[in-house]
Design a protein around this ligand. Structure first.
Ligand code: C2E
Ligand code: MG
Ligand code: MG
Length: 264
């Protein structure tokens, strides 16, 4: 099938995908770089298309943003994330769940009511939810996002700046958003030599200076792990530690660490 044909079919099918239950969440564990324990998991969306099978978010999230569908898909992901967090919380493993939020979802304050409602429905401690703001558009183009993020902070949830060092987010914008976490992009984590090798240390220093928690993503090698540890990043995520996987697999990881039995 030609690329354009496939794209046209996907665009045709995407509006109903969330309602048909085709949007699912995989979870990628996040580890404390101090203790090695699983302390969180990032919910990463996948679209299970009836004909094409598994479709990566890199393909359908930009499409959803273009078609004005990212809010509906985002709400599904928030619900799946909160559901998993509640399950882990109820089984004695109160690990945090991080859910990606497109900056376009922050144009209005509707998401504040959605998140408040979910925390309430699932009796979830707000500190167990992190919203990772992924900047596909600069904050300066979406000035309303700052007020929405502040209102979300008011609920007690954590706000993370995703892909720091690679996306649009400037230091001024990070400060204006009053984010609680800086998630350093994998390009900085993986650049161990060359002219940009210092960018990682600078990003970490900036985050620490502003009291933010530091997460290093895209850790693929032991050398990268040693480096982010030496820089005192708080948390790590990456293929070396664990790939994105099913919730059941994360349950097993937690059982291994301390007698947790899966299920809700
Ligand atoms: P992200 O939030 O920065 O997520 C990290 C991406 O890096 C994930 O790709 C993950 O599978 C991949 N990754 C993790 N560890 C490694 C590693 O060691 N090496 C390499 N090379 N890659 C690694 P994925 O799942 O394909 O997601 C891509 C992007 O799509 C995400 O980047 C995020 O920006 C976006 N996305 C995913 N789910 C959602 C969602 O529910 N809503 C929104 N708005 N965006 C989402
Ligand atoms: Mg993310
Ligand atoms: Mg990222």
């Amino acid at each position: 099938m030609r690329t354009e044909e496939r794209l046209a079919l996907l665009e045709h099918d995407l509006p109903g995908a969330a309602g048909r239950g085709e949007i699912i969440a995989l979870f990628q564990p996040q580890f404390s770089l101090e203790t090695g324990e699983v302390v969180g998991a990032e919910a990463l969306s996948r679209w299970i298309h009836p004909r094409f099978g598994l479709i990566a978010p890199g393909e359908f999230i930009p499409m959803a943003e273009r078609l004005g569908l990212v809010g509906g898909i985002g709400d599904v992901m928030l619900r799946l994330g909160c559901h998993a967090a509640r399950d882990w919380q109820n089984h004695g493993h109160p690990i945090e769940v991080a859910v990606n939020v497109s900056i376009l979802q922050l144009r209005t304050t509707a998401i504040v009511d959605t998140v408040a409602g979910l925390l309430d429905d699932f009796s979830l401690q707000p500190r167990l939810l992190t919203l990772e703001v992924t900047e596909t558009t600069p904050v300066s183009d979406v000035p309303e996002a700052i007020g929405t993020v502040h209102a979300l902070r008011g609920l007690g949830v954590n706000i993370s700046i995703d892909d720091f060092g690679a996306a649009y987010a400037s230091r001024e914008q990070v400060i204006a958003l009053q984010a609680t976490e800086l998630k350093v992009d994998q390009s900085l984590v993986q650049e161990t030599q060359g002219e940009h090798a210092e960018d990682l240390a600078q990003a970490v220093a900036f985050g620490k200076e502003h009291g933010m928690r530091l997460v290093a993503e895209g850790i693929e090698t032991e050398a990268q792990l040693a480096r982010v540890r030496a820089l005192h990043c708080d948390r790590g995520q990456g293929y070396l530690l664990s790939r994105p996987t099913t919730k059941a697999d994360v349950d097993s990881l937690l059982v291994g660490a301390g007698g947790f039995r899966a299920g809700s």
